[in-house]
Design a protein around this ligand. Structure first.
Ligand code: NAD
Length: 546
């Protein structure tokens, strides 16, 4: 595309969609919504156990081995069986993505955005069904699964519009000189996602890479590979050209390094744990034979998020906000609250109310409409969290443990645990647990509370409950986290309204759902043309026709 074509980009008919609006969450107080969700769960239940192969170049690719994806609420239930891609298939997926790149790069930005808008439409049509797959595969209570679908739709709609904005070339012409600054895609992108927002995170990273003109190899987490297959179906329904995105289920330790280290990969978009994220950053930094570029690794990692309660806080609001932030989806959100910092003066009353609020949460299989706390993702997570709890008993006072019903051994349940009198340096106050475990820490005053709140290696989310404008202003300045929430829960960010992401050990990258996110997937170029003609270049066509 030359400078003149870049000018005509602006006139594209698709470049003016309606302004972005966050997709509303489903109101499950409406009987009709509950009926639709029940029907979707019943329909999906009849489809469990199918096999999902990798999809490369639009075709199913059988694998030598497979792995089952199990319902964490009911471990005897196989949600699906997934092809276990090997290194050879990972290399093939990268080769196909490389071959598809030039044509996709040169596809008009407005057309690429149009695919995202179509994907959003397909997700709206299948919203309850896709949420139902998450309920079964990831143990997500229905409201949380529905919110994940809304977020997935938001990423398609938001990044589509963001691309239209970025596609406008920036000009700085002066007499005799034309200058244009514009963006181009980086190349093959590997997307490696976690299971906890099984559709939204995989979708967000993938569509961001696609809409900016990159081709993608999409590697879902093992535990959410069926939901990943459903996202691939959505992309196919949206009509994305076959080579542009591949679906590659498999074991992270087996195919992850091959994808990260491949010399033809330009960008790695990763969301997951700190240990894997740091290994990816190292692997991506090394230049390998045949590699002619420096890779970019985007890594969104964990958190050890705190909510600080002020001594004048509205206790009802604070207790409610802490419980929702700590135990929503069993604490398996990177944004979850795992430390609550309360002033000594309020401590006893606050803890007493907190215990009663946690006691009121219903622990149940995720498909139960009344479920507040479902299972954790798998047996490994269950063992890891229980081991942390055991260690926690020597670090703090265990003041509450929830009770799981008779279904306890049918799934991977960990009841909510509340520890009190935890020292800021204790491991349960420093290390991410990723489960329903909350530590209460006492602070002498706001200085001390902020020192504790900022005193971990992470900086993802944080919260403050207060009625003092002065203290709120101070906390806004001094509580250093990526997303700070005042007088509300600290989970559930919406695209555009609350761009999301952290710093320190919480990751490196621009915030998801924010104005800078797509810039991570592009290169920028500047073209300068001297337009002062010193000779006359005859117009060939005009000369021939005269
Ligand atoms: P994980 O790191 O175990 O796995 C994430 C992905 O990496 C999976 O797809 C996995 O297969 C893959 N993987 C594993 N080993 C690999 C390797 N050696 N090379 C390449 N890929 C490899 O994380 P998880 O358990 O799926 O997710 C939970 C973590 O994710 C938590 O730490 C949580 O805080 C974090 N998280 C962060 C955000 C954020 O936006 N900051 C959002 C969600 C989750």
């Amino acid at each position: 595309m030359d400078l003149r074509e870049r000018r005509s980009d602006e006139a594209s008919p698709q470049s003016h969609p309606s302004p972005f609006r966050v997709e509303p969450l489903t109101d499950f107080s409406r009987a009709e919504a509950r009926r639709e969700m029940d029907a979707a769960l019943a329909e999906v239940a009849s489809q469990l156990g199918r096999t999902y192969w990798p999809i490369i170049s639009g075709k199913s690719v059988p694998t030598a081995t497979t792995f089952p994806s199990v319902d964490p609420s009911l471990k005897s239930r196989i949600v699906g069986v997934c092809g276990r891609a090997n290194v050879e298939q990972a290399n093939e997926a990268v080769a196909v993505a490389k071959a598809a790149f030039p044509a996709w790069r040169d596809t008009e930005a407005a057309s690429r955005a149009e695919y995202l808008f179509r994907a959003a439409e397909a997700m709206r049509r299948r919203r309850f069904e896709l949420a139902a797959w998450q309920v079964y595969e990831c143990g997500k209570p229905r409201r949380e699964a529905d919110a994940d679908m809304a977020e997935s739709i938001d990423y398609c709609e938001f990044y589509g519009r963001e691309m239209l904005r970025l596609a406008q070339p920036r000009r700085r012409d002066v007499p005799g000189e034309a200058n244009v600054y514009f963006y181009e895609p980086r190349g093959v992108t590997v997307v490696i996602a976690p299971w906890n927002f099984p559709m939204a995170i995989l979708c967000g990273m993938t569509v961001a890479a696609l809409v900016t003109g990159n081709t993608v190899v999409m590697k879902p987490a093992e535990q959410s590979s069926v939901v990943g297959a459903k996202l691939m179906e959505v992309f196919q329904q949206a009509g994305l050209p076959p080579g542009v995105v591949a679906y590659l289920p498999g074991v992270g330790e087996e195919i992850g390094p091959a994808l990260v280290e491949h010399p033809d990969v330009a960008t790695i978009a990763f969301t997951g744990s700190r240990a894997v994220g740091l290994a990816i950053a190292r692997g991506a930094a090394e230049v390998r034979a045949g590699q002619q570029h420096i890779k970019r690794a985007i890594a969104e990692l964990g958190g050890k998020n705190a909510i600080v309660v002020d001594d004048d806080a509205d206790m009802d609001e604070a207790v409610h906000g802490v419980v929702a932030s700590a135990f929503g989806y069993s604490g398996q959100k990177c944004s979850a609250c795992s430390r609550v910092i309360v002033p000594e003066s309020l401590h006893d009353a606050f803890v007493a109310r907190l215990v009663e609020a946690i006691r009121s949460l219903k622990i149940a299989p995720a498909d139960d409409p009344g479920c507040s706390i479902g299972p954790v993702i798998d047996g490994e997570a269950q063992r890891r969290i229980l081991a942390v709890i055991e260690k926690g008993k020597s670090e703090g006072r265990l003041v509450f443990v929830g009770e799981v019903g008779s279904f306890q051994d049918e799934g991977y349940y960990v009841p909510p645990h509340l520890f009190d009198d935890v020292a800021p340096s204790a491991s349960i106050a420093q290390e991410e647990i990723f489960g329903p475990v909350l530590a209460v820490l006492k602070a002498r005053d706001l200085d001390h509370a902020l020192e504790i709140a900022n005193g971990t290696a992470y900086a993802l989310t944080g919260g403050f409950f207060s009625r003092s404008p002065q203290n709120i202003a101070r906390v806004e300045r001094e509580f250093r986290v990526g997303n700070l929430y005042i007088n509300r829960k600290i989970t559930g960010a919406f695209a555009d309204r609350q761009p999301f992401g952290g710093f320190k050990m919480s990751g490196i990258g621009s915030k998801a759902g924010g104005p800078d996110y797509l810039l991570q997937f592009v290169l920028s170029s500047t073209i300068t043309e001297n337009t002062l003609r010193r000779g006359f270049a005859p117009d060939v066509e005009a000369t021939e026709s005269s």
